[in-house]
Design a protein around this ligand. Structure first.
Ligand code: SF4
Length: 504
């Protein structure tokens, strides 16, 4: 089987590594790590996958890639940059023939923003070619990597995802699916995977279901993707969520489901509702938009000062601000206007111009806020730099008072499951009291949604049950749902890989 014709080498001069100068208002935003898409048996597999990835662009803007199989050969197109910059070009899609495809959009948390880390990753195994795209982060990826390298593996990338390729390659099992399952038994952490072989499209979700993965149907062809918004984009029907711990395989005989792991209570990441997923997506059977509105209403229930208008920090703060306004009866106003056409920013020579540049993405709508007591609503607060600049922008535009509300609890702990959160020292709420944070951002008052309030808004009137929390919520609670082999010296020695144990 010939290696895929990979055009990765032709670096796109416009996207050779991010030269973005972040608009300061963006510097303090959480970034989700990646979105995946897969389709089986469709004549326009690559074009459909490109559209799906476009709908998932909010899950990763650094790089994107598609791998197809045309019955005899694999084809790969991977690039740094946005989906539209690459896959809107017909000649690129034409270089991806085949009726089965997997695709990936990336924001790196493990491994630098370099071409060899762009997914889907591909390897030629003794059983044939194998491509894999991963959303999430492995919490024993580093330990496994060390073991594999110690045993002679040659790594092509610096991603955690690549260990999955090597584990499958080293498995002594016969069938591909058995090798894949054995590899998944060795990894821990968060993963939603789409994989492609010469005969199969495969989807897998970690036993806790931390990252989302859904099944759709387009004219009888199965689709696997991170969010339902990608199904809407291509006019596909939503079928169901891939269950935690499920591996689903599509081939010429149809769909086959495997559940090799002992059942565990699911712990989907609650931040998918707070910020990561698109508001028009349905995650775990809930409308993300409606959940965010409920967070806003709960905020108003918990802490409502005397104000004249409710102002969202766009875009992620909008649904919660609508919910707050509808519950409190205080008018909703677009006091901050977002410029959606910022795109690539350019090097700005001096700090003073850089300061001016801050308003490239967001600017104050004076007509809506001048002389008013305003309440700002944002989805979350990480370092506080964004909130501080927004408060100052509102005051400069004539606001009488500026109250700040976050539609999520204070972030106190780092994430190891695929989210670009700083260490504890970089988290404002982990290192300051509420009053200190209020002073730092310069607001008249500051409040966060309570953890129990967040659960009530999700439909659990009793609030969070520490014995059985329904979601992964450890950036607020510190209750990590899996071992953290790579992140805790306290963790016992990593499990000996069954494959390697046999080999040694
Ligand atoms: S720490 Fe947990 S809850 Fe927070 S973003 Fe990560 S997986 Fe989600």
């Amino acid at each position: 089987m010939q290696a895929p014709s990979d055009h990765a080498e032709q670096l796109d001069p416009y996207s050779s590594g991010p030269i973005e100068l972040q608009d300061d208002l963006e510097g303090d935003t959480l970034r989700e790590e990646c979105g995946v898409f897969g389709i089986f048996g469709h004549p326009e597999a690559a074009a459909i996958t490109a559209l799906g990835l476009h709908a998932l662009q909010h899950r990763g803007q650094e790089a994107c890639g598609i791998v197809t199989f045309d019955g005899s050969r694999f084809h790969s197109e991977r690039r740094l940059g946005l989906v539209g910059d690459t896959f809107s070009r017909r000649e690129v899609i034409e270089r991806l023939p085949g009726s089965t495809a997997v695709g990936h959009v990336r924001y790196s948390t493990t491994g630098a923003t370099i071409l060899r880390n762009v997914q889907p990753l591909f390897a030629e195994l003794n059983a044939g070619g194998f491509a894999v795209g991963h959303n999430g982060n492995l919490t024993n990826g580093l330990s496994l990597r060390r073991e594999l390298v110690k045993n002679g593996a040659m790594m092509q990338s610096t991603t955690d995802t690549e260990v999955i390729l090597h584990l499958v390659a080293q498995s002594k099992r016969g069938h591909f699916v058995d090798r894949f399952i054995e590899a998944l038994r060795a990894i821990e952490g968060a993963y939603s995977l789409v994989a492609l072989t010469n005969k199969k499209l495969v989807g897998a979700r970690d036993p806790l279901g931390i990252r989302p993965l859904v099944l759709g149907d387009l004219d009888g062809r199965p689709i696997l993707t991170s969010e339902t918004c990608a199904l809407d984009m291509i006019g596909a029907k939503y079928v169901r969520d891939i269950e935690p711990g499920e591996i689903i395989v599509f081939d010429e005989e149809g769909a086959h489901t495997h559940k090799p792991f002992p059942p565990k209570p699911a712990r989907p990441c609650i931040f998918e509702y707070i910020y990561f997923s698109r508001p028009d997506s349905i995650v775990g059977g809930r409308s993300v938009y409606e959940v965010r509105k409920a967070f806003g209403a709960q905020l108003a229930r918990e802490n409502h000062p005397d104000i004249d208008v409710v102002v969202p920090v766009p875009d992620s703060g909008v649904p919660a601000a609508v919910g707050y306004s509808q519950y409190s009866g205080v008018p909703f106003e677009l006091g901050i206007i977002r410029n959606h056409y910022v795109g690539r920013t350019f090097i700005q020579p001096t700090q003073s111009v850089r300061e001016l540049g801050v308003r490239m993405k967001h600017s104050a709508n004076r007509a809506a806020i001048e002389g008013k007591r305003i309440l700002l609503i944002d989805d979350s607060l990480v370092r506080g730099t964004t909130s501080k600049k927004i408060v100052r922008m509102m005051r400069d535009a004539g606001a009488l008072e500026v109250h700040f509300r976050l539609a999520s609890p204070p972030i106190l702990y780092p994430d190891y499951y695929g989210i670009d959160l700083p260490d504890r020292g970089g988290l404002l709420a982990a290192t300051h009291t509420l009053e200190e944070m209020r002073e730092i951002i310069g607001a008249d008052s500051l409040a966060f949604l309570s953890i129990d309030g967040m659960y009530r808004a999700m439909g659990y009137p009793g609030g969070r049950d520490p014995a059985n929390p329904k979601f992964a919520d450890h950036c607020f609670t510190g209750a990590y749902p899996t071992h953290l082999t790579d992140h805790s010296e306290a963790e016992p020695q990593p499990r000996q890989l069954s494959l390697l144990a046999e080999a040694s």
